[in-house]
Design a protein around this ligand. Structure first.
Ligand SMILES: Cc1ncc(C[n+]2csc(CCOP(=O)(O)OP(=O)(O)O)c2C)c(N)n1
Ligand SMILES: [Mg+2]
Length: 340
């Protein structure tokens, strides 16, 4: 049985999860309003994992992520304006508009890179963890990746070397394949693997692992705290499999805000949880789940929650304005910042 986190910690995580959610609602809005085109991936439904995991990293630690990276970058503390501008390909973006959604990162915050190549976060992460080990300061690297990363050959090499060299790497596998099989509604599973338990893969290489409910902040917090302590003490990698259900909006190949703009009144009971996504609102939306829990803590909780939401929405309004006002990179700068 996992110990419940203290209330102030829960509020802190809730504030971050809400910002992550409002951020992605803005991404969809910017896309629908044609401020940018192209494909992108939403982290909606997985916020509890990213928020509770990344909150435990220190400034000296580093992180890599995947194509589904918006939540991680925000959780690490990136400014929403430049992050949104980057997704929109604008010059004011974190990477001056050169990376876009797939390569969203913030190296100044130790967010080394994100890889659009499935499995890339594990191999880049092994490199990041090797650098941490060379520093000899107890710092760690966290590699966030999806379940299907374990189909990729590079994952096996990176897990092997991480184990052999006892690299301080927290391997955070976000398994969102549950409920992803409903092909009649355009769904698809991201994982096709001969192993019926993903934990057996790191297990075969001597890497300890734990499976948790990725929508429960206490479980994520406890597992990540254990993994970070394991890494900092020089014992090598640890693997966490955080289970979430695939959010309906990510089932079609092109993301849709199918569950609507998040209405916190669904947590207070002032708005009904009904329709096609009733079960998701009730059981799988980590933001509503934590909101319901916090509302029970005191009579003042509702006011506090609404204040946090106003703050998150205002921050995103400013971020939208920043991104829209930011120009596209000038064509004559195309060859600047080019490595080779
Ligand atoms: C090496 C490689 N093969 C295929 C793809 C195409 N692709 C993009 S996302 C994706 C599925 C990723 O699933 P998972 O890693 O579980 O992440 P999720 O999208 O489910 O969060 C695939 C196959 C790719 N980007 N890279
Ligand atoms: Mg997946």
């Amino acid at each position: 049985m996992t110990t419940a986190l203290p209330e102030d910690r829960l509020w802190h995580l809730f504030e971050m999860m809400l910002l992550m959610r409002r951020f992605e609602e803005s991404v969809v809005k910017m896309n629908v309003e044609n401020h940018f085109t192209g494909h992108y991936h939403l982290y909606i439904g997985q916020e509890a994992t990213g928020a509770a995991a990344i909150a435990q990293l220190e400034a000296r630690d580093t992180i890599t992520a995947t194509h589904r990276n918006h939540g991680h970058v925000i959780a690490r503390g990136a400014e929403p304006g430049p992050a949104l501008a980057e997704i929109m390909g604008r010059a004011g973006g974190l990477s001056l508009g050169r990376g876009g959604t797939i390569h969203l990162s913030d190296p100044a915050l130790g967010f080394l890179s994100t890889s659009g190549v499935v499995g890339g976060s594990i191999s880049l992460g092994a490199g990041g963890a090797f650098a941490r080990k060379m520093k000899k300061d107890g710092s760690v690297h966290m590699a966030c990746f999806g379940d299907s990363a374990l189909e990729e050959g590079v994952a096996y090499e990176a897990l092997n070397i991480s184990s052999l060299w006892k690299l301080p790497i927290v391997l955070l596998c976000e398994n969102n394949s549950a409920d992803a099989w409903d092909k009649s509604r355009g769904g698809y599973t991201s994982l096709v693997h001969a192993a019926n338990d993903l934990r057996s893969i790191p297990g075969a290489m001597g890497i300890p692992s734990i499976r948790i409910d990725g929508t429960e902040v206490d479980e994520v917090h406890a597992a990540v705290a254990e993994a970070i302590a394991h890494c900092r003490s020089g014992k090598g990698p640890m693997f966490i499999e955080a289970m979430t259900r695939r959010w309906a909006g990510s089932a079609p190949l092109w993301p849709e805000l199918s569950t609507g703009v998040t209405d916190l009144k669904m947590a207070t009971g002032e708005a009904p949880m009904s329709g096609e996504h009733k079960a998701w609102y009730e059981e799988n939306d980590p933001v509503l789940k934590l909101a319901r829990r916090l509302l029970k803590t005191s009579p003042q909780a509702k006011d506090r929650m609404w204040e946090l939401d106003r703050k998150a929405i205002a921050r995103m309004q400013a971020a939208e304005k920043f991104a829209i006002d930011s120009p596209m990179p000038a064509p004559q700068t195309a060859l600047e910042h080019v490595f080779a």
